[in-house]
Design a protein around this ligand. Structure first.
Ligand code: IMP
Length: 203
């Protein structure tokens, strides 16, 4: 007997993220669709004060608009010397439409007097999975330190200044596969995969 696949709707319009998720969910009996394929879905404003709040809001809105199992994520960089900032505001740290480079410049400027021992930080990624009105969340965290200057050409966002002491390199100096194995998003996606496996077993 063949079981028809379940549709999983991804909140992201970012093709790189969608490809990464496709990779993590390979082998599951799922058909992945992205929000870009549903132009009638109203845009969801990421206006919640927490990563969890934004992820839940996005996944719930998609599930309500389409009736499909929906997945959304939100990520932030928490810097201890800045009391957890930029956190939920990571994408707009240097202003509403700030580029990755402007955000990194602002971070380096704010930390310029902070000694090496106090430059600890972490990426946190929250993923929400909404099925009707039921929402579950998982979280992945990756610890590191913020360098005083960029190092490496790969990655995106804050990758060139996010250094992993146990590995001795920044995210921008790793291949995507290597980053995915240890990153906040990779860890959250591994847990999301387990939730999906459980859900598919029950359906
Ligand atoms: P988003 O919630 O995934 O859109 O992430 C918000 C912001 O966090 C992005 O605009 C990036 O600046 C930053 N960010 C998220 N994930 C990463 C990452 O893996 N490396 C570097 N920066 C990231």
């Amino acid at each position: 007997m063949t079981v028809s696949p379940c549709i999983l709707l991804l909140a992201t319009n970012n093709a790189d993220k969608a490809a990464e998720m496709r990779d993590f969910f390979t082998g599951l009996n799922l058909v992945l669709r992205t929000a870009a394929e549903f132009p009638q879905i109203p845009a969801v404003e990421e206006d919640q004060p927490t990563l969890q709040g934004n992820a839940v809001k996005k996944a719930s809105a998609l599930a309500a608009a389409t009736g499909l199992l929906s997945l959304a994520d939100d990520t932030g960089l928490e810097v201890d010397a800045l009391n957890g900032r930029p956190g939920v505001y990571s994408s707009r740290y240097a202003g509403e439409n700030a580029s990755y480079s402007e955000n990194v410049d602002k971070l380096l400027a704010e930390l310029q007097d902070i000694p090496a021992a106090q430059r600890s930080a972490r990426f946190r990624c929250v993923i929400a999975l909404a099925n009707g009105s039921r929402v579950e969340t998982v979280e992945g965290v990756c610890e590191g330190v913020i360098l005083t200057a960029r190092q490496g050409q790969g990655g995106f966002g804050y990758d060139p200044v996010f250094f992993l002491p146990e590995i001795g390199r920044t995210f921008a100096e790793m291949s995507l596969e290597e980053k995915n194995r240890i990153s906040h998003r990779g860890r959250a996606l591994q847990q999301a995969r387990r939730l999906l496996e459980k859900k598919l077993r029950m359906s």
